[in-house]
Write a protein that binds this ligand. Sequence first.
Ligand code: UD1
Ligand code: MG
Length: 450
Amino acid sequence: MTTPIAVIILAAGKGTRMKSDLHKVLHPIAGRPMLLHLIDSLNRAGATRRVVVVGASGEQVEAAVAATGVEIAWQREQLGTAHAALQAKASLADFDGVAIVCFGDTPLLATDTVARLAARLEAPDAPTVAVLGFRPADARAYGRIVASADGTIAKMVEFKDASAEERAVDLCNSGVTAVRTRDLWRLLEAVGNDNAAGEYYLPDVVTLAIAEGGRAVAIETGEDEVAGINSRGELAAVEAGWQAARRLAAMADGATLIAPETVWFSHDTVVGRDVTIAPNVVFGPGVAIADGAVIHAFSHIEGATIGAGAEVGPYARLRPGAALGEGAKVGNFVEVKKASVGAGAKVNHLSYIGDADVGAKANIGAGTITCNYDGFFKYRTTIGAGAFVGSNSALVAPVAIGAGAIVAAGSVVTQDVPADALALVRPAQVAKPGWAARFRQQMAARKAGK
Ligand code: UD1
Ligand code: MG
């Protein structure tokens, strides 16, 4: 479609039912504010102009979208959806094309649906308004679309204003509405508020367009895509829907999810081919997993890159800045933060590796801790390629273990260890022959009162 598209996202409502200090449209889905999901999808649909209409707590929204370059329009009083859409007029005064009005609390609107709706205006029957409808299992209080089988709309009516017969209609209004800007402002300005809510209803542009002799049409989409979020319960339901779709996509792209319903993705998780993800794995933002890696059960991973063929977990925690090389292993009860673990290196058990660089093929023994913090500053630990750090060692940063060096188990290392050296930092062992047997004898005698 060559006609330019502008989008008007309505987000001025109070979102009262969320009972939150955070603006409703900023509540996250898959770790990202719902509004940003919507803006992304609209960008992909080719929207060249984007205006978000804000009101209550609008500063929060303004700050959250600052980096996206969208325009902000203020609706100081929430007088209804038509009135809200009209607030974008000044921003779009110089725009001539198709405007898509959508709602900030309906974040999963798909790119191709937006494109389909915009394209509908270009069809030979040249409708003035195209509305996105859906048929939910439970039509609740959604506005109804009274339309014929070919989608021609006879009337749109809000639930509060609907007759029993109209309430029985199962085609509901998603709110997403396409109108050319050369018609939109005129129609919006003509909308009145003589209705049950005393509000200026966006769907009234349909009635007005028909009264002018124009056509209004509905196209349909699935319920999951346009479910609105008004409460925490609905937020969780939309999150669940998003997760379900993401799991299917990961599997379609060649990952094995052993128990898909227990894996939790972030909006930006990148999963390679032949990656295996065991049950109960949670991904925070910023994770990329290369081909063939295995994530064992109960691992929590965020801000981490995982090299090809690497293995993580079970019960591993990778925090921001963790970078595992090809074939590296991070095992059970190991935490890695701001640290690289080189190709083929192993940190298999019960360790904390923070602010560190672990060289290729190094072996970090069970219980090794990089002591990176003195209560004021953080310091780095460097472990050379092929080094071997014995179990239960404390590496007190800043400190460097040279390539190929061995640190004896139980060492507290405070000074650099040269390459290929042995560092042994613990008292020498003392063995006293027969001591234990004599001790037991004496004590037993004392207890018996002899
Ligand atoms: C609206 C539709 C209804 C549709 C439903 C789909 C109207 C009159 N009703 O009802 O037909 O079935 O969505 O979810 O359009 N907003 C403003 N300013 C206002 C009022 C609302 O910006 O003055 C914003 C809200 O922030 C929200 C969106 O518009 O993002 C929808 O408002 P909401 O009050 O949730 O409308 P519904 O009653 O759900
Ligand atoms: Mg709503």
